[in-house]
Design a protein around this ligand. Structure first.
Ligand SMILES: [Zn+2]
Ligand SMILES: [Zn+2]
Length: 371
């Protein structure tokens, strides 16, 4: 069957038509027909051969980790999904080490050893192909009316895992209502760095919880991203017209920074404007560049005197996937036009190579083998 694959040894990216069809081998497994596969920065980096590891014994790695699939067949012990269901499949699989407390607890997103595998990235074929088999425990059902946007669940889980942790750590503030069910961002200012898919999905997640949201990015105030943010009810500030030091004049006390750029210099500059009792959450992975200079004395002084907390987050657990599915449903009701417009286009696999290796364009490009 057809698949989009990288051959790291030969430094080739191409559509292959002889990828072997997966079969149901265990009674808890599910066969999916892939509906949509999203293209993201990670895929583009794999196609630049920065990383990406084929399964052992295979010269190629099928890429793609943001997906929406339709259940075709289920093993005899499968109970949570049935043929016809739409599902999003999780990406990371646990490491084998008995001492890894997080993996043994089913939370490989917190893996201690780094010996986890990831579909489409590290040691396992991904989803940019026609048929996929996986265990039902890694699948999350998406309601049928979210078919056209369900592929956004996986990138949205980044914000969802961040938010789950933000509520957890902010329970340190005694006046904050405890328990996530009552978690409420009203009266708090959130700053989102970056206006790519991760930043914009994070913006909606924060708006949906009542935060006053400010998005800070390179695009000008007249650009499409700025208009998108304003139309959803957020504020947009361009780095071309406002320097970071002036941000908090506009926003007031910044309670939360959600970083979605991977730009280390911008991020550490922004740490200077994080407010009293604030939380700064990193989600981006910077490319290896030369060292940057930061005002460590100032940052350390602020972190102490303002009770600040800085953390990073990667991947996502089942709770974040469940939250992403229910949030996407909320977004669809609150901002139907904005959610739809995040998907720049659906493309047949033959054009995927250009999306993966050509100049970056659009917000979220989607590859479909059904197109
Ligand atoms: Zn991705
Ligand atoms: Zn582990």
């Amino acid at each position: 069957m057809r698949a989009v694959a990288v051959f790291p040894n030969d430094k080739i990216v191409k559509v292959i038509d002889d990828h072997s069809e997966p079969k149901l081998e265990r009674d808890t497994e599910v066969l999916l027909r892939m509906v949509d596969i999203g293209v993201c920065g990670t895929d583009r980096e794999i196609c630049r051969f920065d990383y990406g590891t084929p399964p052992s014994g295979s010269p190629h790695l099928v890429i793609g980790h943001e997906s929406l699939g339709e259940v075709m067949r289920t093993g005899s012990a499968v109970t949570r999904v049935k043929p016809g269901d739409l599902v999003v499949t999780m990406v990371r699989r646990p490491c084998p080490h008995p001492t890894c407390r997080s993996c043994r607890a089913g939370r490989q997103d917190f893996c201690f050893t780094g010996d986890f595998t990831e579909r489409g990235i590290k040691g396992r074929h991904g989803f940019m192909t026609e048929l996929v088999v996986d265990d039902e425990q890694y699948m999350h059902v998406v309601p049928p009316h979210l078919r056209d946007v369900g592929v956004l669940v996986e990138p949205l889980t980044i914000a969802e895992k961040a938010l789950i942790q933000i509520w957890d750590v902010q329970e340190r503030l005694p006046w904050t209502a405890s328990g996530r069910s009552t978690a409420d961002g009203h009266g708090q200012n959130a700053l989102v760095l970056g206006a790519g898919p991760v930043g914009l999905l994070g913006t909606l997640a924060l708006l949906a919880r009542g935060f006053e949201v400010w998005v800070y990015s390179r695009d000008r105030e007249t650009d499409a991203a700025a208009q998108w943010v304003a139309s959803a009810g957020g504020h947009y500030v361009s780095s071309q017209t406002t320097i970071i030091d002036q941000l908090s004049v506009k926003t007031g006390n910044i309670d939360l920074v959600y970083e979605a750029t991977g730009a280390s210099e911008l991020s550490f500059q922004t740490l200077k404007v994080l407010g009293t009792n604030g939380v700064f959450c990193f989600t981006g992975v910077p490319g290896r560049k030369s060292p940057i200079s930061i005002d460590a004395d100032l940052l350390m002084r602020y972190m102490v005197l303002k009770n600040q907390l800085v953390f990073g987050t990667v991947n996502a657990g089942p709770d974040a996937f469940a939250a992403a599915v229910s949030d996407l449903e909320r977004f669809r009701t609150l901002w139907p036009r904005q959610v739809m417009s995040l998907i720049s286009g659906r493309f047949p696999p033959d054009t995927a190579i250009d999306l993966l290796t050509g100049p970056a364009r659009g917000i979220k490009n989607v590859v479909s083998f059904l197109a």
